[in-house]
Design a protein around this ligand. Structure first.
Ligand code: ADP
Ligand code: MG
Length: 236
């Protein structure tokens, strides 16, 4: 079976004159791995996640997700691929503030027929959404509240339920604990890992926080996969 992630010789700059260039010669993540990628602020963690999820397209190199080369998909193809195969927990959670909690959780299913089918098969989309909310420690009845009324810790759990719904193969989390105090971080990670283990999903979390390491099957430093030489495209 193809790796979850396989990346070769990738280079990426946000803009032609941007001094920052992400350059990674080799990076792989096997299916079922739970990987923590550590790096200082500004080192390129969010940029790498944008590349893996096809939000940004590398200027050089190849990137395959679940065996699919991302550069063979157009922009709308990458959007569909992302919706179907990735659950993404963004750093700022990106909930729709005026949508209800349940609507926020069910949102990815509108763009992902296979996830929708899986969520429906397990007893209906709404009840699957509510099951996840409760598994993540949220009170029954929170589903009708609008997202704007939630605490930060609650928003994070709703964003996590949204990432998990319909069991996408890969869960990507961008510093999801950075807004929480230590106790709540630990609680949150226990709940997240409980759900990930139940579905066998691959988890890729990025963080600057070295205290998170205990749950993961592999911990690497972003610096260890970055090529220190300048991007080749810099010389063009
Ligand atoms: P980290 O997530 O490790 O803090 P980032 O990937 O956000 O690092 O940042 C690496 C570099 O990419 C920084 O110079 C940052 O300004 C730039 N960058 C990040 N996201 C964007 C974006 N959406 N548009 C333009 N530049 C960006
Ligand atoms: Mg970041």
């Amino acid at each position: 079976m193809a790796d979850a992630v396989r990346l070769r010789g990738v280079e990426y700059k946000w803009g032609p004159r941007d001094p920052f260039c992400l350059s990674v010669s080799e990076f792989e993540v096997s299916r079922g791995e739970r990987l923590l990628l550590l790096g200082a602020s500004g080192s390129g963690k969010s940029t790498l996640l944008s590349l893996l999820t096809g939000i940004a397209l590398a200027q050089a190199g190849s990137l395959e997700i679940l065996g699919q080369p991302l550069d063979e998909l157009g922009s709308s193809g990458r959007d569909r691929f992302r919706a179907e195969h990735f659950g993404i927990i963004f750093q700022m959670f990106n909930l729709l503030p005026y949508g209800s909690v349940v609507d926020n959780v069910l949102l990815p299913l509108s763009f992902a027929p296979r996830r929708r089918a899986r969520a429906t098969a397990s007893g209906g989309m709404e009840s699957e959404g509510r099951r996840l909310l409760s598994a993540l420690g949220l009170p029954a009845g929170i589903g009708k509240q609008t997202a704007a009324t939630l605490s930060v810790g609650q928003q994070q759990r709703v964003a996590t339920a949204r990432a998990l719904i319909g069991s996408p193969e890969i869960i990507v989390a961008d510093e999801p604990t950075s807004a929480l105090d230590d106790d709540r971080q630990q609680d949150f990670l226990d709940l997240l890992f409980g759900q990930i283990e139940a579905t066998g999903a691959t988890l890729i979390m990025v963080s600057h926080d070295r205290r998170l390491t205990q749950h993961f099957t592999r911990v690497i430093q972003l610096n260890d996969i970055l090529t220190t030489s300048k991007c080749k495209s810099d010389t063009r």
